[in-house]
Design a protein around this ligand. Structure first.
Ligand code: GLN
Length: 343
């Protein structure tokens, strides 16, 4: 009867899981996840480090006190603490989902072969990085999570008119978030009036053949995608969809082919926090993406997606409180995918 004890054990473990509420999120109970969120919130609530982005005038006016944390498990449970109803502009977090859109339409190699999947090691709006790729490295040696690659990715989204392309992008983000998202018009107007540098990047990417269609239009759509308004809860569900293998765990709808999810996460791990991506990965092991609106998403594959919104940024343009809170919470929940022994 060698099988019997094993079966009995399985039954006992299942019963324990039922009693404690432990689910596919890992070993943690709902109460433990809640406690991890609350502890991080309390620890960083009064932290005043960092500064709102101000190169886009509307971002300087956002309340720096906004601080919300949300975590979504792959079985669709949503945990929140703090200010999760305030919306900020998604900014560079959008780049993940436009890249995913292009991969979903045209396959992962469309991104790899035209933009690349390597860190530039430079700031997100570096022009030198484009020059380096073109003149020194001689090819697609960037990634879709810094501005040049992101504007190129936006230019690749299919559609017969600006309107059709825009609807495709906004609809896709909304499928990830599980609700219809919309644009913060004030941010869009403010960035449109001040995005000369991004227009220059778009023109350069066109000159070097990375962008094949009208670069002004691509930069304009890119600017609009950065202005989509999201809460910490929205961002966490978007991250949770990646954690759950491309199926929105709250709505149940498949948004991205499962086989493309590791490709998306790989680029996030490589370049999600710009020139601080290595430090972030060293600290947490989590594929992540930040935006200058103060949002940060991170993914513990097969476990949970997490997001924090807090506008003050560090020098690299990453939210200070978001980085600290997510690192602590992931540690508490054993979220690092490189640390299986700790799970
Ligand atoms: N819209 C911003 C820009 O292009 C996005 C940058 C960011 O979030 N890092 O400058």
């Amino acid at each position: 009867m060698p099988l019997m004890p094993t079966l009995r054990m399985t039954g006992i473990l299942a019963a324990i899981a039922l009693v404690t509420g432990a689910g596919p999120a890992g070993a943690q109970t709902a109460a433990e996840i809640d406690a991890a969120l609350k502890a991080a919130y309390a620890k960083y609530k009064d932290l005043k480090e960092g500064k709102n982005a101000d190169y886009i005038p509307a971002l300087a006016r956002v309340d720096p006190a906004i601080f919300g944390i949300a975590l979504v498990t792959v079985d669709g449970k949503v945990y929140t603490v703090g200010d999760i109803s305030s919306e900020v502009s998604i900014q560079s977090v959008s780049k993940v989902f436009t890249m995913a859109r292009v991969m979903e339409e045209q396959g992962a190699d469309a991104i790899l072969g035209t933009i690349g999947a390597d860190a530039t090691g430079m700031r997100f709006n570096s022009i030198v990085a484009v020059e380096m790729a073109e003149k020194q490295l001689g090819g697609p040696e960037m990634n879709p999570l810094v501005n040049p690659g992101a504007i190129a990715a936006t230019s690749m989204v299919r559609g017969s008119s600006r309107d059709e392309i825009w609807k495709s992008i906004l609809g896709y983000y909304s499928d990830f978030a599980g609700r219809p998202l919309s644009v913060d018009k004030e941010v869009f107007k403010s960035e449109s009036a001040t995005n000369q540098r991004n227009k220059a990047i778009g023109a350069l990417m066109y000159a070097y053949g990375y962008i094949k269609s009208d670069p002004e239009r691509a930069t304009d759509i890119y600017t609009e995608q950065c202005s989509v308004a999201v809460s910490a809860r929205d961002l966490a569900i978007m991250a949770g969809t990646l954690a759950a293998g491309g199926r929105n765990p709250v709505t149940g709808r498949r948004v991205l082919k499962g086989e493309l999810v590791p490709r998306v996460l790989a680029v996030m791990a490589t370049a999600g926090l710009y020139d601080d991506s290595g430090k972030w990965l060293f600290r947490t092991g989590l594929p992540a993406k930040s935006g200058v609106g103060g949002g940060l998403i991170a993914v513990s594959p097969g476990r949970f997606g997490i997001a924090v919104v807090s506008p003050p940024l560090d020098e690299a343009g990453n939210s200070v409180r978001a980085q600290k809170a997510i690192a602590d919470i992931s540690d508490a929940l054993g979220g690092n995918p490189y640390a299986p022994a700790m799970r």
